[in-house]
Design a protein around this ligand. Structure first.
Ligand SMILES: [Zn+2]
Length: 90
C-alpha cells in the first residue's frame, strides 16, 4: 500500500500525466546508472507540465522536497512501487 506525504502531493501524483502540472516519480534507467557510476538514490522527483511519453520538448523541474508539506521525498518515495514511468532517457 502506498503512503503519501500529503493529500496535495497524492492528487498531483495520481493525476493523468497528460493533464496540468503533475508530480512524477521516475526511476533512473540501468544504462544511465552504469554510465554515471551513480551510487545514490536511483529515484527522481519531477514537476512537469502535461506530456506524452517520449515527448522530449516538455518543461521539467526536479524537486527534493514536497512543495506543500516540506517532507524530503526520497525518505518516503524510495521503492519501485511509486514509479510513474520507466521509459525516460535518464
Ligand atoms: Zn507533501
Amino acid at each position: 500500500m502506498k503512503k503519501f506525504c500529503c493529500d496535495t502531493f497524492r492528487f498531483r501524483y495520481e493525476g493523468a500525466k497528460e493533464m496540468g502540472l503533475n508530480f512524477r516519480i521516475i526511476k533512473l534507467s540501468q544504462p544511465f546508472i552504469e554510465r554515471s557510476k551513480y551510487k545514490g538514490n536511483i529515484y527522481r522527483y519531477l514537476i512537469t507540465e502535461g506530456y506524452q511519453v517520449l515527448d522530449s520538448n516538455i518543461k521539467i523541474i526536479f524537486i527534493e522536497y514536497c512543495p506543500h508539506c516540506g517532507r524530503e521525498l526520497r525518505k518516503l518515495y524510495n521503492s519501485d512501487l511509486y514509479v510513474n514511468e520507466l521509459d525516460h532517457e535518464f
